[in-house]
Design a protein around this ligand. Structure first.
Ligand SMILES: Cc1cc2nc3c(=O)[nH]c(=O)nc-3n(C[C@H](O)[C@H](O)[C@H](O)COP(=O)(O)OP(=O)(O)OC[C@H]3O[C@@H](n4cnc5c(N)ncnc54)[C@H](O)[C@@H]3O)c2cc1C
Length: 381
């Protein structure tokens, strides 16, 4: 499926590229080295309406399409993966509200998330529940007219800067133990960030261990219905997996550009290393993988936007292919730079470190293979 971008999408892509080149590229190494959330990027995205790519137009969004979001994600991570995580996580956190929120919940939250006034998080994983998300243990008990949340969440992106969080917990009322999604606003209820993890890559994207110590949320905080939590999480992740692939694609494109520029400049044996066929083959392989990945990401995003009924398998396959591709491409790019690839200031090693986790989060790639095989064996060929 050949997906052409509209004139508006092309304009947006060019605008985001310019912002990233002028305002973020000069500070991308600094964001990685500091290991802290880059507040200036959040302000930049809010100022230029980039968060509007996460919501539908009736709630302050641009066009609400995953294709537009994917194109913008790629442009951002081409320069800075940490910045891409800000938009990616905003999309992931907004997903449950946009897909399953009541009219009141959408009106209360989406415009603030689409403007960047608020940041959000998606809290599914727990110390004992990663791939096996259904094993989560966070509890919600009903007391009086409110729900009381207690438990621990692990690896929650941006929990330390988020204003609102979708929290998946077992509701101990009515349908006992049914996994349910709760919208928790920091202002009203709050949560404790116990620890911000020290990570290999994506060091400017905070990954937090979170504690809910009898956190009180109103009855109106339930998203969808009691017991609909797992369906909400999985539906959100279908979109999230294609968006994650788009983020990975941009990292690969950025790595190729680093390698290409270096291969033209660096001379050995009296000529640029780009003259050596071994180096040319590395560049050619990277470009080929990126072209294939871009075609896959854009067609998957377009099919998601069209409401394709086979999206579960396609989303998993897109995430699997592109996030393994980015690990190959960033590693090859580093190889093109020889010893300098291993030196921080050249930007190749940062991309290797940032890329690694893409085969792990949003469902590990082993889980993607299980999903693809399950759908295939069900007859969804
Ligand atoms: C930087 C970062 C950010 C994250 N952000 C968020 C976030 O914002 N919100 C959130 O909820 N979570 C988040 N996560 C959590 C992430 O989704 C989980 O790490 C991931 O789902 C894997 O869970 P786990 O780490 O517990 O690994 P485990 O599930 O313990 O897996 C360990 C290994 O066993 C394999 N495995 C497990 N089960 C099977 C099986 N049935 N068949 C074959 N192999 C299997 C896995 O593939 C993996 O190789 C984040 C993680 C990281 C590292």
């Amino acid at each position: 499926m050949n997906v052409a971008l509209s004139a508006e999408q092309e304009d947006l892509r060019r605008g985001v590229r310019q912002i990233m080149e002028e305002r973020v590229r000069p500070r991308a190494e600094e964001i990685d080295a500091a290991g802290e959330f880059p507040h200036f990027v959040r302000e930049l995205f809010a100022e230029h309406d980039i968060f509007a790519t996460v919501a539908p137009p009736e709630f302050g969004g641009i066009d609400g399409s995953l294709l537009t979001l994917a194109v913008v994600c790629e442009e951002i991570t081409r320069v800075c993966a940490n910045s891409g995580m800000i938009l990616g996580n905003q999309s992931l956190g907004t997903g449950p509200i946009a897909l399953f929120g009541s009219d009141e919940q959408k009106a209360a939250y989406l415009p603030k998330l689409a403007s960047g006034e608020w940041l959000c998080s998606f809290a599914l994983s727990e110390p004992g529940a990663g791939s096996d998300a259904a094993a989560l243990q966070t509890r919600a008990r009903y007391e009086g007219d409110a729900w009381i949340l207690s438990g621990r969440k692990n690896f929650i992106t941006q929990a330390n800067v988020a204003d609102v969080m979708t929290v998946f917990a077992r509701a101990d009322s009515g349908d006992r133990g049914a996994v349910t999604a709760f919208l928790v606003a920091r202002e009203e209820s709050g949560w404790i960030v116990e620890r911000v993890e020290h990570k290999m890559g994506l060091r400017g994207s905070p990954t937090c261990a979170v504690v809910f110590d009898d956190v009180r949320v109103p009855a109106s905080a339930i998203l969808g219905e009691i017991g609909a939590g797992l369906q909400i999480a999985l539906s959100t992740l279908d979109k999230g997996r294609i968006m994650t692939a788009a983020l990975a694609l941009g990292i690969a494109q950025g790595a190729l550009e680093v390698a290409l520029a270096y291969a033209r400049e660096r001379a050995q044996f009296g000529r640029p290393i780009a003259d050596f066929q071994a180096v040319q083959f590395m560049l050619a392989d990277m470009e080929t993988e990126i072209l294939a990945a871009r075609a896959l990401v854009r067609s998957a995003a377009a099919r998601y936007d069209e409401g394709d009924s086979d999206i579960i398998k396609l989303a998993a396959a897109t995430k699997l292919f592109v996030t393994e591709m980015v690990n190959r491409v960033t590693s090859t790019a580093l190889q093109v730079l020889g010893g300098y690839g291993y030196i921080v200031e050249y930007g190749a090693e940062r991309r290797v470190r940032d890329a690694r986790v893409f085969a792990i989060f949003e469902g590990t790639n082993e889980i993607q293979r299980l999903v693809i095989a399950r759908e295939l064996l069900r007859g969804r060929a």
